[in-house]
Ligand binder design. Structure first.
Ligand code: AMP
Length: 216
């Protein structure tokens, strides 16, 4: 059965790590709106030009732009058999638009990864990503080179502590109302994201398996 899933939670909760793993396990694409925007910034497209300053300040890119990006991406062939959204929706307006984009498809499964703010600041200010393959490296594994491809590990410009605090403020103000938006759906599940990545993975798998079909 097709799995259409929203990996939801604050910055640093482990959405990317879990979304990449789950997508690989289930053979469906992981769609990260942050990655799409970062790629646009890197290649210097018009979208990249519009998004860069907002991203560097820890704010949110305009809903109309984001909904357009996701609508186009979900219309591609590889998303027909399911997908994992990572970093979208981030506002109630985006969530409402997503419901109408997916009208007529299987109900989406929503997994919230919950982690306390102090832990998030700590994780993000120590997080490094590989400039080569995009792997995410936590503080405890920090080494000069990426363990996957040997590429250089760098800090994302928006993982500086002042920007992280702003991203968390924006999360609480604009994104956490989505819990209320989704909470009553039978396909919503909260997972404790403060555990080790392996334990979180197990809990995510269990809740996904339990929820597949729950909304029909
Ligand atoms: P992420 O990699 O998901 O943490 O996203 C990095 C940055 O991209 C965010 O801090 C926002 O500035 C922007 N961004 C990503 N996804 C969205 C979205 N759904 N809505 C608005 N801005 C977004």
């Amino acid at each position: 059965m097709a799995l259409s899933l929203v990996m939801f939670g604050p910055p640093g909760a482990g959405k990317g790590t879990q979304a990449i793993r789950l997508a690989e396990d289930r053979g469906i694409p992981q769609i990260s709106t942050g990655d799409i925007l970062r790629e646009a910034v890197q290649t210097g497209t018009e979208l990249g030009g519009q998004a860069k300053a907002v991203m560097d300040a820890g704010g949110l890119v305009n809903d109309t732009i984001m909904v357009g990006i996701v609508r186009d991406r979900l219309a591609q062939d590889d998303a027909a058999g399911g997908f994992i959204l990572d970093g979208f929706p981030r506002t109630v307006a985006q969530a409402t638009a997503l419901d109408s984009i997916l009208d007529g498809r299987e109900p989406i499964v929503i997994v919230e990864l919950a982690v306390a703010d102090d832990e998030l600041v700590n994780r993000l200010s120590r997080r490094r990503v590989c400039a080569g393959c995009g792997s995410i490296v936590g503080a405890s594994e920090a080494s000069p080179a990426c363990g996957v491809c040997g590429g250089q590990l760098i800090q994302r410009s928006d993982d500086r502590e002042d920007v992280v605090r702003e991203r968390l403020r924006v999360y609480h103000q604009q994104t956490s109302p989505l819990v209320e938006f989704y909470r009553r759906r039978p396909t919503f599940h909260r997972v404790d994201g403060s555990q080790s990545p392996e334990r979180v993975a197990r809990a995510v798998d269990e809740s996904v398996d339990a929820m597949i079909g729950a909304g029909r």
